[in-house]
Design a binder for this molecule. Sequence first.
Ligand code: APR
Ligand code: ZN
Ligand code: ZN
Length: 361
Amino acid sequence: MTHQVRAVVARGKGAPVSLETIIVPDPGPGEALVKIEACGVCHTDLHYREGGINDDFPFLLGHEAAGVVESVGEGVTDVAPGDFVILNWRAVCGQCRACLRGRPQYCFNTHNAKQKMTLTDGTELSPALGIGAFAEKTLVAVGQCTKVDRAASAAAAGLLGCGVMAGIGAAINTGNVGRGDSVAVIGCGGVGDAAIAGARLAGAATVIAVDIDDRKLETAKKVGATHTVNSKQGDPVEAIRELTGGFGADVVIEAVGRPETYKQAFYARDLAGTVVLVGVPTPEMKLELPLLDVFGRGGALKSSWYGDCLPSRDFPMLIDLYLQGRLDLDAFVTETIALDEVEKAFERMHGGDVLRSVVVF
Ligand code: APR
Ligand code: ZN
Ligand code: ZN
C-alpha cells in the first residue's frame, strides 16, 4: 500500500518551494511511517532549496519534526504505532568503529529509510537530512524515531530534532559546561540561544551573549543570558574578559560559523578554556592563527556536530526537563504556520526577528 499526502517540495535551484502531492510507501523492515504533527523551518532547508547542499532535486524539505508513529515494518520492535516521537537525522548503526567503542553519538555510518518517497509521476524525492517532514506523513528508518513523553507540545519537541539540539548539545555535550562555569556564546540565532539555554541548564554562573543585532540580544536574555555584548559597538574579546574578571570565559561557543567570530571565540576564552564551533562555515573560509597561541593558551578546540547528541539518551531527558519547566523550548517557537507558508518563513528568516517558524499540521 502507499499513501498520498501533501508535502513541500523544492523542484529546482533557487526556485520557490511548492506544495505537492507525494507518494509515501508503507514501511518495510527497519522502517516507520510517521504522521507529522509539527516541523520547524531551518536554514538548512533553505540551503537545500538554493542548491547549497547538493544537486539531487527534487528535495522533500523539513527535518525538525515530531509526530506519531502510524505503522512500522516487519520485525520492528523499537517503536510501535501510537508512539509520540521526535525525528533525528543520525540513526546509529551499532556496528561501526565508533559504535563498537561505546561512542554511538559519533556513529560514522548513520542511515535512513531504504524505500523512496516519490512525486505522483514516480520521480524519486531526496528527503532533507534523510527526513522530509514538511509532509503530512513521512517514511524514516526506525532509528530516526525517538519516543518521548506525549505531554510535550509537538512544535517545541520537534525543534530538538536539529538546531536547538545542536545548540544545547554544544554546551552540555561538546563544551561540557559545568556548575559555576563562565560561558560566552557568539551569535544568538536559534542555535546560539539554545547554547545559552543549555549552559544555564548545566549550571553556568555567567552566560554572556554576543551578537551584532540588539534584537537578538534581547531574546538571548529571555532564554538565560546574564550579560549581553553588541560586538558592533566594541571589541567583544575585551568585553568578555571584562565580564570574567579579566581572564576570559571557561567555554566560548561559536554559533555563527565565520573565521572572524571563531578568532574572537579563540581569544575570549580563559587559559586552558574550551572553544566549541557549532556554526557551520562555507568551503572557501580559511582560519589563520599564530600556532604559538594555539599551543600557549592550552585547552581544547572542538567542533560540535548535531550537538554530539545521542537522540535515545538526550531527547527524552530534555523533554522531561522541558515538562518540569527547567528548559523553555516554547521560547524557540516564534510563530506557528501552515504547510503552505514555508516560503514565507524563508523570507522572514532574513528579517532576523524569528528564532523558529514551525509548521503545525
Ligand atoms: N558576530 C556576532 N554575531 C553575528 C555575526 C558576527 N560577526 N554575524 C552574524 N551574527 C549573528 C546574527 O545576528 C544571528 O543572530 O549570528 C546569528 C546567526 O543566527 P541565525 O542566522 O538565526 O542561524 P542559526 O540557526 O542560529 O545557526 C547558526 O549554526 O547550525 C549552524 O548553519 C548554522 O552556521 C549556522 C549557525
Ligand atoms: Zn555506528
Ligand atoms: Zn536543521
